[in-house]
Design a protein around this ligand. Sequence first.
Ligand SMILES: NC(=O)c1ccc[n+]([C@@H]2O[C@H](COP(=O)([O-])OP(=O)(O)OC[C@H]3O[C@@H](n4cnc5c(N)ncnc54)[C@H](O)[C@@H]3O)[C@@H](O)[C@H]2O)c1
Ligand SMILES: O=C(O)[C@H](O)COP(=O)(O)O
Length: 528
Amino acid sequence: MTKPKVLISDKMDPNAARIFTEMGCDVDVITGETPEQLIARIGQYDGLAIRSSTKVTPAILDAATNLKVIGRAGIGVDNVDIPYASSKGVVVMNTPFGNSITTAEHAIAMMFALARQIPEANTQTQAGLWPKNGFMGVEVTGKTLGLIGAGNIGSIVAARAQGLRMKVVAYDPFLTPERAIEMGVEKADLDTLLGKADFITLHTPLTNETRNILSRENLAKAKKGVRIINCARGGLIDEAALKDALDSGQVAGAALDVFETEPAKDSPLFGTPNFICTPHLGASTTEAQVNVALQVAEQMADYLVNGGVTNALNMPSLSAEEAPKLRPYMALAEKLGSLVGQLTTGAIPRISIHTEGAAAELNSKPIIAAVLAGFLRTQSDTVNMVNAPFLAKERGMEVRDVKTEKTGDYHTLVRVSVKTTDGERSVAGTLFSNAEPRLVELFGIKVEAELTGDMVYVVNEDAPGFIGRIGTLLGENAINIGTFNLGRRNAGGEAVLLLSVDSPVPAAVVDQARSLPGVKRVKALKFA
Ligand SMILES: NC(=O)c1ccc[n+]([C@@H]2O[C@H](COP(=O)([O-])OP(=O)(O)OC[C@H]3O[C@@H](n4cnc5c(N)ncnc54)[C@H](O)[C@@H]3O)[C@@H](O)[C@H]2O)c1
Ligand SMILES: O=C(O)[C@H](O)COP(=O)(O)O
């Protein structure tokens, strides 16, 4: 049997190459190539091991005709087009915990660097200025740290800050009150956090909800003199607004490890007093790099050599016999979970997965895991089919498995119901030709749609002329509509519209759609 061939295309601890070889793979380490060079080379490889520098775009995936697995030695996978990789049958894995402590420590280091202006004091001292009077700092003891995102890294930062005798206020809509008590943090809404925090540190993935979470408006709401740290993802802070807030003194200091555009070779923030930065070094310690290198190589080689699946973001663990029957159900389940996740906000105390008809005869575990993964992936990059059930439990979600043998309108049906503060809400889907996932019901309204790519969800009053208005709005913004799916409660009542579109719908267009007459709700959606 020929050995699987792996390319390591980003700088990675040498342990990765050693493990690949020991586990029966041929490995090449070729870093720093241009996308064109990678496109020319990638066709010969079964595995691609990366960090954050390699951007795995559709063009690279199109050229990767033998590729079976992409392994991210780290957490964030925003440099991989996962939906496209899934469509090509390429498994995407990450190492969700290997660099968490290291990144948390970097955030704490940044906090101290800001509090005592260490970088600038160092520069001036080494320049021979001995600036003893120019650097009055602040203590962190007794101060309030505002934590935006209380997942793996956020929790570690909170514990370290408590050790420094800081109070911690956390904003994370998915943090349950029980977990907040366990962490010893005050769970708060964003405005409360902004009003209380002396330091703010960000630890969320970059999603539609978190993009610009520290917007101009929110920076203005913060306590005057706040100090801000971002060791999560560029794009969480409006960088132009941050520059203005630093200039005005509204923000007393900011420390960024990550930028909206990386590598950040130029930025209006550079040279601003009380601004410090590092070049995406959050995960860069010997310990973390050894952890993630060993883990990614073990996971990838296990998949390539033995077919074992660990920490996959787009594939469940499955036995060889069950796989062919269950796979289309899991695709359906993941899409329904994602739909519910994208259309609901706040903590969800209960999620029920109902299987009816033919679906009820199958092993429901992978179907449930797929629903949970689809649902939770709208909140976190680190969710996969393996850890989704644990994460749901950790978040205090009760997961119900309900099987019904009888069939209604469809011979097979998967229904996902969630308990929200507005009551129980449910979506349902079936398989066409036993293979193609289709939504058939959305919050009590019958609507048939393929959940794929970029979509727009609109709830409006059923009235003449509306469809023309929304079509015109999208057309004027050069957004091409692929499919149009309509449903309504009753004539003249509430109607729902699900459009698939050929490009993402910008937030400004969503806002314009919201202001169309008769519109109650609009949301841009994304599916794998
Ligand atoms: N700078 C670096 O080198 C570096 C290193 C590692 C990780 N990271 C990044 O740090 C981030 C956090 O990593 P993690 O391992 O803690 O992830 P995680 O998934 O464990 O935690 C993310 C948390 O964000 C919360 N969240 C999601 N949407 C939110 C919203 N709208 N508002 C507030 N909170 C929200 C989630 O509920 C979750 O608790 C990721 O983006 C990761 O890529 C950066
Ligand atoms: O998401 C991550 O794991 C970090 O951003 C680390 O990125 P890096 O591997 O490029 O240092």
